[in-house]
Design a protein around this ligand. Structure first.
Ligand code: SF4
Ligand code: SF4
Length: 90
């Protein structure tokens, strides 16, 4: 079903998952408020898709892995992560 669990647990990094997301999913994007984030790493620990990494006090998202489940934003202790709808209006 393309959940990526195999790629997440493979100790040899033998699997690379490539996803193409549809328009509905791509209409939303995670936003981190860096003025609020305390870089605790809770979001990274709770992301089952391995779509968010904390490196050198910076959050790095992998858009191709993220399934917009909002687990990270719900677990964030300070409310720094939000899933925002991308506007199509011009
Ligand atoms: S859980 Fe929230 S405060 Fe912690 S690193 Fe992630 S965004 Fe920042
Ligand atoms: S929305 Fe879900 S898949 Fe995307 S980074 Fe957050 S926890 Fe991971």
């Amino acid at each position: 079903i393309g959940c990526g669990s195999c790629a997440n647990v493979c100790g040899e990094d033998a699997i690379t998952l490539k996803r193409k997301l549809g328009n509905v999913i791509n209409s939303q994007k995670l936003h981190v408020d860096e003025d609020i984030c305390v870089y605790c790493g809770v979001c990274e620990e709770n992301c089952t898709m391995d779509a968010i990494k904390l490196e050198d006090n910076k959050l790095i998202f992998s858009e191709d892995k993220c399934i917009k489940c909002e687990v990270c934003s719900k677990k964030c202790p300070v409310g720094a992560l939000k899933l925002e709808r991308l506007s199509n209006e011009r």
